[in-house]
Ligand binder design. Structure first.
Ligand SMILES: *Cc1c(COP(=O)(O)O)cnc(C)c1O
Length: 338
């Protein structure tokens, strides 16, 4: 794509020209190389196609006022990718290889980074490529690690709109242990539930709360907010430990909000929604912090607070994007300038 395009295309559908690639085999990882983004050749028996040996990451680089480009919380995303790989029995890349790959891709695509609120979305991916359908109960002996870059616009290009969220008390998004792995398999497991909520209830997403205990939605973490506090579930192995979640909690505490991490039941959420100043939001790299206006629970629509995107949600969202885009000081050392 050319840097001249004024409105960036739909999220994640256009890619920079180069990706960073490294391969692993029985002897470890190869050095990285920068290669043109092009179809890759896989044997039809490749491990990933049969036994879902895949983990990924999602992070962003933002254009700074001085023209440099800064990657947000690179170390956290690299650490999480290594952890996801370990949990899926894939070999974690040697120290610094993945950071080096991400920085190389950002450097190669620096002229494509859109002005804020746009950014360069980065997608590290690891797959098992060993051709062996007999390898069902062993990890792949060969695989590939690559990093794609995609210029993206404002996630809310149509304007910030409060979301409609179905509260699902019966179905699980994932399982204990697997739920904290950033892997395509968890998206596959949740897809049918999310799709039917969209079709039948015009919901935007599903909040999975099996047996009445809130975990997260199909692709983002969940929190409750008001004028003085932020509350979310404590980290456990059932859900993905969001870097945005951690950033919002850290920032909220620094801004004087009371931050609480304790188990949330569906009744807690409903009681909170019924308060005039109650707010609920979803957090994730793509949307940062998205306000929830309506919860659908047992066939009924419940308005959350005023039904709009709440002031604390907007405040914390802006405080975070100000740091990402260099409009506020990087007090927590979250930016890696390339
Ligand atoms: C990536 C992801 C999130 C959000 O994590 P961030 O680090 O904040 O982007 C939440 N839930 C799931 C299932 C995810 O895959």
């Amino acid at each position: 794509m050319t840097p001249a395009s004024s409105s960036p295309p739909p999220f994640g559908s256009v890619f920079a020209e180069h990706m960073a690639v490294a391969r692993f085999g029985p002897d470890g990882y190869s050095p990285m190389s920068l290669e043109p983004v092009a179809p890759i050749s896989l044997h039809p028996a490749a491990h990933v196609l049969h036994y879902a040996s895949e983990v990924f990451e999602g992070l962003k680089a933002h254009l700074q006022p001085n023209g440099r480009v800064a990657i947000f919380r690179l170390d956290r995303h690299v650490a999480r990718m290594n952890h996801s790989a370990e949990l899926l029995c894939l070999p974690p890349p040697p120290e610094d290889l993945l950071s080096e790959m991400i920085m190389a891709v950002v450097d190669a695509a620096r002229d494509l980074v859109p002005e804020p609120p746009g950014s360069l979305y980065l997608r590290p991916t690891m797959i098992g490529t060993e051709a062996n359908v007999g390898a069902a109960a062993v990890p792949p002996s060969e695989g590939m690690l690559y990093v794609l870059a995609s210029p993206v616009g404002d996630y809310f290009s149509g304007g910030i709109r409060p979301l409609r969220i179905l509260v699902e008390e019966d179905r699980h998004r994932s399982t204990a242990g697997f739920g904290m792995v950033k892997t395509g398999g968890n998206y596959a497991a949740a897809l049918r539930t999310v799709l039917s909520a969209k079709r039948e209830l015009s919901a935007d997403q599903v909040l999975f709360a099996p047996r009445g205990i809130v975990t997260e939605t199909g692709a983002s973490n969940f929190m409750l907010l008001d004028g003085s506090s932020v509350i979310t579930s404590p980290l456990d192995d059932t859900y993905l430990h969001g870097v945005t979640r951690d950033s919002v909690l850290t920032l909220a505490a620094a801004l004087g909000y009371r931050v609480e991490e304790h188990p949330l039941t569906v009744s807690d959420v409903i009681a909170w929604a019924e308060r005039e100043d109650g707010e609920a939001a979803l957090s994730g790299t793509a949307a940062v912090l998205a306000g929830v206006g309506t919860l659908i629970h047992r066939g009924e629509d419940l308005t959350v607070g005023s039904g709009g995107v709440g002031p604390t949600t907007l405040h914390l969202r802006e405080a975070l994007t100000d740091i990402q885009t260099g409009r506020a000081n990087d007090d927590f050392g979250w930016l890696t300038v390339v």
